[in-house]
Design a protein around this ligand. Sequence first.
Ligand code: NDP
Ligand code: MG
Length: 381
Amino acid sequence: MKRKISLLGATGSIGQQTLAVAAEHPDIDIVSMGCHSDVAAMETAARRVQPQTVNVYRPSAYREMCERLADTNIQVTAGMDGMKAMVADDAVDMVVSGISGMIGIEPTLAALTAGKDIALANKETLVAAGDIVLATARCNGVIIYPVDSEHSAIFQCLHGRTDEEIESLILTASGGPFRCWTAKMLEHVTPEQALRHPNWSMGPKITVDSATLMNKGLEIIEAAKLFNMPEERIEVLVHPQSIIHSMVRFRDGAIMAQLGPGTMTGPIQYAIYRGVRHPLSMKRLDFAAMAKLTFETPDTKTFPALHLARTALRTGGTMPAVLNAANEIAVARFLAGRIAFPEIVATVERVMAAHRVGSAETLTDIMDAVRWVEEELGEKV
Ligand code: NDP
Ligand code: MG
């Protein structure tokens, strides 16, 4: 049976690793792929993969994409409408969402409504609109397979287990490039330093989130939604070597952990094959060569993002969407050299403090809260 995939964010880190997985398996067929505007990378990928459809979000880039692929039979579409039609197409049976940011909400809902399973890397979608996304999946009888390495690890550890057996989830965190730094040292961090992650090679947004520890905060909310777990039963443990990708503590005291090298191809493949293991050529762990695995409690005083995320999760309603939107804007400002590193999380904290929480039952509720954040910060997400 062919696995017919629509790949969002094909030109990014998750997208390229998804194409590497697909290249190893003749039964994985990438029928369509999307990007924002990187037409050069998309042309290279499209000529190799030969999908039926390519979607480019930005209108000006769309015209260039059409010219670049004029000598092929590949259909090129543009914008959000094109993206939604692409993922909902009959030719697709699963969507891999490697898009970055809460712009991923709409195509995810379109895919779920059309009955497509999702392999979801795009955590901002679950943070901002988790309850709506999960309810849409339930209503349409489709499954969301986690791709984020921690959530894939937990999903793997939970194989064959029931909810009643779980005591807590333990998310591991590398601690990022500034682990052990003081608040004073963080004042002068440059985008270049923040983009140098010790263990993982990822897109710029998530790499900065890893440096502020907001990534782990977003992952607490992501785990709460995916595994229906209250905030107080989600632990965070710093594990600088990033070998243990996460763990589950069971009610008899036993702990299951998932270990692997620092690549996303394993989690991506596990999601595409819906939890069934297939061969994969990634490098194997060599335990004898590993000096040691170490663990620390996170420094939440220097890195307050974890507290903010826990507060947003406990508060519920529109607060997680507000946290996410403020963070997306603040990270973009930092990367553009407009604010200092500690201002990222300080911005999120200020916006959350000023927010009057509302219910988040519909997508309109979420989008209204996001518009409010945009007005508050004078800038669009
Ligand atoms: P990248 O920045 O490397 O890639 C982002 C991708 O999304 C690019 O293909 C980009 O297109 C596309 N994109 C961005 N905006 C739009 C838009 N408006 N419309 C269509 N496409 C868009 O990010 P990553 O691959 O690192 O991360 C993707 C998601 O996966 C994030 O949510 C991240 O948190 C999550 N994730 C990533 C991990 C990793 O190892 N990279 C690990 C765990 C989770 P273009 O190139 O044209 O700009
Ligand atoms: Mg992760």
